[in-house]
Design a protein around this ligand. Sequence first.
Ligand code: G3P
Ligand code: MG
Length: 348
Amino acid sequence: SRSFCNRSPESNRSSSYGIAFDIDGVILLGSSPVGGSPGALRRLYDDSGMLFGALKIPFLFLTNGGGLPESERASEMSRLLGVDVSPLQVVQGHSPLRKLVNRFGNELVVAAGKGEPASVMTNYGFKNVISLDEYASYFDNIDPLAPYKKWITGQETRSRANVPSERVQAAFIVSDPVDWSRDIQVLCDILRTGGLPGKEIGPQPHLYFANDDLDYQTAFPTERLGMGAFRIALESIFNRIHAKPLEYTSFGKPNPFVFKNAEDVLKEIAASTHPHSNQGSHQFRTLYMVGDNPKIDIRGARQAGNPWFSILTRTGVFKGKDNHAEFPADLVVDSVEEAVDFILARES
Ligand code: G3P
Ligand code: MG
């Protein structure tokens, strides 16, 4: 069942448009497609009967999640959904971190989170990045609970000399942390000592989070704690053990620059699918954001304003019957399949 916000959609004949899809709770639950996503996406390609037809409607994935380089995530999405997803179509929470390479490209930085956080940063051009897993392995007894963590299988390879005596200049929380107790302990060590665990107290190194999602939807019936919950835990503890409050920057939706960047990337995608069009002059009349989280996806699209049109699905964090009270979407639908139906009908 659909319900509209009282903003009625204007006629969009002959307009150009693009679509940004959230991943968790819209396209996937864990690693399983949800809401008829493979079929819905296939309609955005030519030759929908064939595997990997050419892209017809410019779309991208705009997720706060991450942990893999964009090229690997694109292959993973292609495999899970049966459509050809290019790396340009994958914008993750950590994608804006690539801009910080000018500042920290040669400095020792630590990358934390599930997946391959260090590969993500190396891929963005960082030359001296080490995963928090590997970093912790250079310090004997840094985690007093390690002997009880029976699930830890292999030893990290220690490939570098002198890591413990090199000052960490920044920590990046690239994706959802796996071992919260170890990560909070080691991050507190890095942040309160000025980047030299076990040593003197110094100025806090820079700290960046790829997103600030309190929770998100997976295959479990109710929401799971996300990076924002981890940030609250780290910040609360740090502020109890350290005189100066934790300083940090968070990226990801609902920040307006994420939507601005998505618009630019969609223009690039439109130009690559229609190579004869003039990229510089390309203007979208409407950009659709299809999301499941009112506080993150819908709020972000609303703040971004024109040309964004927000569509809220009921397959993820939002499970209400009517629209969300605080951050109402332009349209509420049951699934991404219904969202694509609506968009294609409106734009035909
Ligand atoms: O860890 C992923 C989560 O915080 C959000 O992902 O795709 O719903 O923006 P998404
Ligand atoms: Mg989501």
